[in-house]
Design a protein around this ligand. Structure first.
Ligand code: OOG
Ligand code: MG
Length: 262
């Protein structure tokens, strides 16, 4: 017999899945469910990932969110959050189908492909780097299921950290070919540079973010796995993707990746 608690978790996961498939944004879960805490929110997230797996979209990686001090201050939190990437989130080509999304935004990120499992607790940034096979530039496309991106921390955790789509640079480089802390990115909207950042914007070191993910997952009995893609967190603010608008992330050593709203 499912308990009232598991029923509530399941109902919340289904509401979020329906909001996604119907492009119908939601009020915050925490408006109705004031006691929703981060632990329970991760159970809602896991239920949503199980629903995706059941329709043929398995987990292929992990993403971090709220890795910059600015975003953490905005949310009044002092730690990042973690979400799960599934196979259907990998964008083929550049075209972002806006008619399937609510209010998509794009952000440049440094992505890792893991060569081996990283199992917390106790994973250091150095351990994390040693587990990486390739480093890529990426654009993550986020699409909060909450109206106007208005959420509290448990809401956005339940909503799988606003995950929607992502695209990586094609080749990637070996970890010893790039300093991810000083790697720069220019973000262009319709050909104009609108923002720039370095990897230091991501918890001071994207490998620290990767280690954080391994250790945080361990708290829920989970791990990073060989072959996983890990998005380490937005380096700049996310920019709205307009119809026919082009957003390009030009990395110093990781290549260039672009998306276009269609
Ligand atoms: C939460 C997701 C944030 C990042 O890289 O910080 C995120 C949101 O802002 O909707 O993906
Ligand atoms: Mg992101």
């Amino acid at each position: 017999m499912p308990t009232a608690r598991t029923q509530r978790i399941d109902a919340a996961a289904r509401r979020l899945a329906d909001a996604e498939s119907q492009r119908a944004d939601l009020a915050r879960l925490t408006d109705q469910w004031e006691s929703l805490d981060t632990e329970t929110a991760y159970e809602v997230q896991a239920r949503g990932i199980a629903l995706r797996a059941a329709v043929g979209h398995p987990r292929i990686g992990i993403k971090l969110g709220l890795t910059s001090p600015a975003k953490q201050r905005q949310m009044s939190v002092d730690a990042p959050i973690v979400g799960v990437l599934t196979a259907d989130m990998r964008l083929a080509g550049q075209d972002v189908p806006l008619d399937t999304l609510i209010h998509a935004k794009a952000e440049p990120e440094i992505a890792f492909v893991l060569g081996r499992d990283l199992v917390g607790p106790g994973v250091t940034a150095e351990d994390a780097r040693a587990g990486v096979a390739r480093v890529h530039g990426a654009i993550e496309i986020i699409d909060s299921r909450f109206r106007d991106y208005l959420f509290r921390l448990p809401d956005v955790i339940a909503d799988n950290a606003s995950s929607a789509l992502f695209v990586l640079t094609t080749d990637g480089v070996a970890p010893d070919e790039v300093s991810v802390v000083s790697e720069t990115v220019d973000l262009l909207v319709d050909g104009e540079v609108v923002d720039s950042a370095t990897g230091a914007a991501v918890m001071g070191d994207p490998y620290a973010a990767l280690a954080f993910a391994a250790n945080d997952l361990a708290g829920r009995g989970d791990r990073l796995r060989a072959g996983d893609v890990v998005l380490s967190g937005g380096m700049t603010d996310a920019k709205t993707i307009a119809k026919d608008g082009r957003i390009e992330a030009r990395f110093a050593h990781l290549g260039t990746v672009a998306v276009r709203g269609v």
